[in-house]
Write a protein that binds this ligand. Sequence first.
Ligand code: HEC
Length: 116
Amino acid sequence: MRKFSRVQVLVLVGLTTIALIGCAEQETDLTEHPGLQTYTKYCASCHNAGIADAPKLGDRDKWQWRVSKGPDALLQTTIDGIPPGMPKKGMCMSCSDEQLVDAIDYMLAAVGAGAS
Ligand code: HEC
């Protein structure tokens, strides 16, 4: 079996490093996000699939103009709901404002616009 030459090994190591750095820059790790639990329990049913035209998780095009309203306005519309599709408090009546803020931020983070 032919062994890799030194140059080939160096090139491979170099490419792997570039690939790893590239991934780290692009993907945000959301598994530790404080809003993940609330999102999964209450919001995912509509926002994962885009039910009733809910802005889908991770869909930058659908989120862009909403993101530009700013997080305070998004919290307010979440609390009030947007008839007919978006229910008051996203159907989480027991959620505190803070839990809603976290859940919203989780969705914003999924399109690269989150605060945490
Ligand atoms: C029953 C389905 C449903 C559930 C459950 C739901 N949403 Fe929504 N959501 C929608 C729909 C539909 C829209 C789009 C409303 C519109 O613009 O007409 C929306 C829009 C939003 C928006 C954008 C508001 C804006 O001002 O543009 C935010 C933020 C949001 N939802 C947060 C949440 C959060 C947080 C939860 C969970 C706590 C949640 N939603 C649960 C259906 C849902």
